[in-house]
Design a protein around this ligand. Structure first.
Ligand code: BTN
Length: 327
C-alpha cells in the first residue's frame, strides 16, 4: 500500500469538491510535478480525476478493489485495515490470513481476494466465491481477551456487517444465529471464525463473505441467497462497500470489548430465530424447541418441549414455523 497515494486520495475524497493542485501538493509534502505523476499513475489503476484549470477533483474509484482506495475511505486512526492486501486470486483468504498470522503480521491486517478458488463456509461447507462480485475477506485479529471469549467475535462481526448493511440499503437487516446476515429472510453474508492458539497466545481469523453485486447464484443457494444489488437494484462501488464494512466491524468489535451484554441484546433483537420454533443440528445431535434468547456465551438458548432450557453453542438452525411463540 502506497501511503502517499492514500494521503492524496483521502484529501480529495474528504474535500468532496475540486482542490487547488499547488495547495494539495503542499499538503502532501511533494512538488506539483510529483503530484501530477502520482495522479497519472493512480488514473492508470482505475481512479478517475476531473481537472479544471489548476484544480483537481476525485471523480470515480476503480471498479475492482484497490488497497489505496479502501484505506483512503477509512479514518487515519483506525484499528482495522492498518495493513490492507488485495489478492487477485487465492484458495481462501482465511488460509492466507492464517499464514500471515503465523508469520507475525499485525492485528488489524485485512486480506481481500477478488476471487477464491476454495472458499470455505461454516460446518465444512463450500463458499461460492469465484466471482469478483462479492467481498471475500479475512481479518487478522490478536485479541487481548482470554481465549474462551474469542468465539464471541463472530457475533460482533455479524452485528458489524448487519449495521453497515442497514446504512447502505436503508432497510432492516437481520441476523440468523450464530452470524448469518439476512435481508428478507435471504442470506446476504456469512462469517467463518477460525483461531490458532499456542500457550494462551495466538490469533483469530475472521473470514467474511458478502454478496455485493451478484445477481445469479449457483443452483444450491439460488433460493436462499441475496445480494446488495438484488435488494437495491443498483450496482455498488466495491471499495466503498469494503470501507463501510470495515468501519461497521470496527465499531462492533469495540462494543464486544466494552459492553458485551449490549452487543448480545442488539444481536437478539435482530435475530430471526428468537421467539420461534427451531431445530438445531449441532454435530451429531439435533435439538428442537423454542429459541428464547442468546446466552452469555453467545449460544442460542432453546426451551425444549419438557420445559428444559439449554444454551446451544454452535450448529445450524432451521425455523420449524414462522409462528412467534410467547416467551
Ligand atoms: C458461512 O456462512 O458459512 C461462512 C462463510 C464465510 C466465507 C468467507 S469468504 C472469505 C473467507 N474465506 C473463506 O474461505 N471463507 C470466508
Amino acid at each position: 500500500m502506497n501511503v502517499t497515494d492514500v494521503s492524496i486520495l483521502r484529501r480529495l475524497n474528504e474535500a468532496g469538491s475540486p482542490l487547488d493542485l499547488s495547495a494539495l501538493a503542499e499538503d502532501v509534502h511533494m512538488s506539483q510535478g510529483t503530484l501530477t505523476e502520482r495522479l497519472a499513475e493512480l488514473a492508470r489503476c482505475g481512479f478517475q480525476f476531473s481537472y479544471d484549470k489548476s484544480e483537481v477533483e476525485l471523480a470515480g474509484l476503480p471498479d475492482l478493489l484497490v488497497p489505496e482506495a479502501i484505506a483512503a475511505l477509512l479514518g487515519v486512526e483506525r484499528e482495522l485495515g492498518t495493513e490492507i492486501l488485495v489478492l487477485r486470486e487465492t484458495k481462501s483468504t482465511n488460509d492466507y490470513a492464517a499464514r500471515l498470522g503465523m508469520g507475525g503480521s499485525r492485528h488489524g491486517t485485512v486480506v481481500f481476494a477478488i476471487r477464491q478458488t476454495e472458499g470455505r463456509g461454516r460446518l465444512g461447507r463450500t463458499w461460492y466465491s469465484s466471482s469478483p462480485e462479492g467481498l471475500w475477506f479475512s481479518l487478522l485479529l490478536r485479541p487481548v481477551e482470554p481465549v474462551a471469549r474469542w468465539p464471541r467475535l463472530a457475533l460482533a462481526a455479524g452485528l458489524g456487517i448487519a449495521r453497515a448493511t442497514e446504512r447502505l440499503v436503508s432497510r432492516p437487516v437481520s441476523i440468523k444465529w450464530p452470524n448469518d446476515v439476512m435481508i428478507d429472510q435471504r442470506k446476504l453474508a456469512g462469517i467463518l471464525l477460525e483461531s490458532r492458539v499456542q500457550e494462551d497466545e495466538g490469533f483469530v481469523v475472521l473470514g467474511i463473505g458478502i454478496n455485493v453485486n451478484s445477481v445469479v447464484f449457483p443452483e444450491e443457494i439460488a433460493g436462499i441467497a441475496t445480494s446488495l444489488k438484488l435488494v437495491k437494484r443498483r450496482t455498488f462501488q466495491m471499495n466503498r462497500v469494503a470501507a463501510d464494512m470495515l468501519s461497521g466491524l470496527e465499531s462492533a468489535i469495540r462494543l464486544y470489548r466494552e459492553d458485551f451484554d449490549a452487543l448480545l441484546e442488539e444481536c437478539a433483537q435482530r435475530d430471526i430465530l428468537i421467539g420461534s420454533h427451531v431445530e438445531i443440528r449441532s454435530g451429531t445431535e439435533i435439538f428442537a424447541g423454542q429459541a428464547m434468547q442468546l446466552g452469555s456465551h453467545g449460544g442460542l438458548v432453546v426451551r425444549s418441549a419438557d420445559g428444559k432450557k439449554q444454551e446451544i453453542l454452535y450448529g445450524e438452525a432451521t425455523l420449524r414455523n414462522h409462528m412467534p411463540v410467547v416467551l
